[in-house]
Design a protein. Structure first.
Length: 333
C-alpha cells in the first residue's frame, strides 16, 4: 500500500444488512485500503451507528499504518433506502430496522468533523463509473447493478439525477409484464422479479423439476438438491455447454433486452454500464442482447449505445461512496 504524503483521500462507506465495508479512495478512484465490521442492523440507532464507525476505524487504522498523520478530505456513505440524499436522513430501510428517520450524515459529520454525503448505492456506483470507470468520457450514464436485486442510477453531466424527492431512478422496478411474478416491492412483473439472481434461480428450479434428464447438469452442480439451485449453478452449467442452462439464460437476457428497450426509449443515455454479479454474467451476453434490442426500441439508433461492464463490481459501494465527495473537476485520470 502506497499513500503519497500530500494526496487527498476520501473515506467511502458501504452499509449492508449484515456488514459495513469502508475504504480509503484517492482522486483517481484507486481503493488504497479497506476495512469492515458486522452491521448491527436490528439493534438501536446508536448500535447501528457504532457498526459504521467500527468499519471506518478499521479502514483508517490500515491507512495510518502507512501515513500516521492521515486525515481525510470527506466521507461518503452508501446506505440502503429509502433515504433523502439532500439531508442525509435514512428514512425506513426494510433491512435496517435500527434506523427510522435517522440523520446519518449529521451524526457522522459531528463525530468526524468533515462533510458527509449519503446516497443510494446504485446512484453512487453510477457516479464512480462516470468519474473513474466504464462511464468516463460520457455525459449521460445509465448504471444498473444486477445481483440479488436490480438497482439503477442515472448520472447527467456529473450529477446524480435524484428526481423531486430523491427517490428517482428505481429502474429495477419497471414492470415489463403486469401478469408476471410479484416483486418484493409489491408490484408485478418488475425486471427485478424476472432477471435478478433469485429470479434466475427460481426459474431454473421450476424448469429443472420438469425436465428430467435435461436438468441433470444443473442439479448436479447444486449437489443434487432442487432448492439449492442458484444462478451461479445455471451460469456454470451454461459455460460447460449445457443446453437447458443456455435456454434459461437466453430467456433471461431476452427479458433484459425488453427492459433496456424501455430505458433507451425513455432516457437515451450515451452508455449503459452493468455492475453486480449478474451484470458480469450479462456482459457475456451483450451480443445477444444487442441483437434483440431493435424489436424493443422505438429509437432505432438506440442499438448504437455501448453496453459495458463496470470497473467496480465487488467494491462498487466503497468507490461510489467516495465519489460522492468529489466534483468531476476534482477527479483525476
Amino acid at each position: 500500500m502506497l499513500i503519497e504524503v500530500n494526496e487527498a483521500l476520501y473515506l467511502g462507506v458501504d452499509i449492508g444488512g449484515t456488514k459495513v465495508a469502508a475504504g480509503l479512495v484517492d482522486a483517481r478512484g484507486e481503493i488504497i485500503c479497506k476495512g469492515r465490521a458486522p452491521m448491527n442492523a436490528h439493534g438501536t440507532a446508536g448500535e447501528g451507528l457504532a457498526s459504521v464507525f467500527a468499519a471506518m476505524d478499521d479502514a483508517m487504522k490500515a491507512g495510518r499504518a502507512a501515513r500516521p498523520s492521515l486525515e481525510i478530505a470527506g466521507i461518503g456513505i452508501c446506505s440502503p433506502g429509502p433515504l433523502d440524499p439532500r439531508t442525509g436522513v435514512v428514512i425506513n430501510p426494510p433491512n435496517l430496522s435500527c434506523w427510522r428517520n435517522f440523520p446519518l450524515a449529521d451524526e457522522v459529520s459531528k463525530k468526524r468533523g468533515v462533510r458527509v454525503q449519503v446516497e443510494n448505492d446504485a446512484n453512487a456506483a453510477g457516479l464512480a463509473e462516470y468519474l473513474w470507470g466504464a462511464g468516463r468520457g460520457y455525459k449521460i450514464v445509465f448504471y444498473a447493478t444486477l445481483g440479488t436485486g436490480i438497482g439503477t442510477g442515472l448520472v447527467l453531466d456529473g450529477r446524480i439525477y435524484n428526481g423531486r424527492t430523491g427517490a428517482a431512478t428505481e429502474g429495477g422496478h419497471v414492470t415489463i409484464d403486469y401478469r408476471g411474478p410479484k416483486c418484493g416491492c409489491g408490484k408485478y412483473g418488475c425486471i427485478e422479479a424476472l432477471a435478478s439472481g433469485p429470479a434466475i434461480a427460481a426459474r431454473a428450479q421450476a424448469v429443472v423439476a420438469t425436465s428430467g434428464a435435461r436438468g441433470a447438469k444443473i442439479l448436479e452442480l447444486a449437489g443434487g438438491k432442487m432448492d439449492a439451485i442458484h444462478s451461479e449453478h445455471v451460469a456454470a452449467a451454461w459455460r460447460a455447454g449445457d443446453p437447458l442452462a443456455t435456454e434459461i439464460l437466453s430467456h433471461t437476457m431476452d427479458l433484459l433486452a425488453i427492459w433496456l428497450g424501455n430505458i433507451i426509449d425513455l432516457l437515451e443515455p450515451e452508455v449503459i454500464v452493468f455492475g453486480g454479479g449478474i451484470g458480469e454474467l450479462a456482459s457475456e451476453w451483450f451480443a445477444h442482447i444487442r441483437e434483440k434490442l431493435p424489436a424493443w426500441c422505438i429509437i432505432k439508433r438506440g442499438v448504437e449505445i455501448p453496453l459495458v461492464l463496470a470497473r467496480y463490481v465487488a467494491d462498487s459501494g466503497i468507490a461510489g461512496a467516495a465519489a460522492l465527495c468529489l466534483s468531476p473537476a476534482e477527479a483525476k485520470a
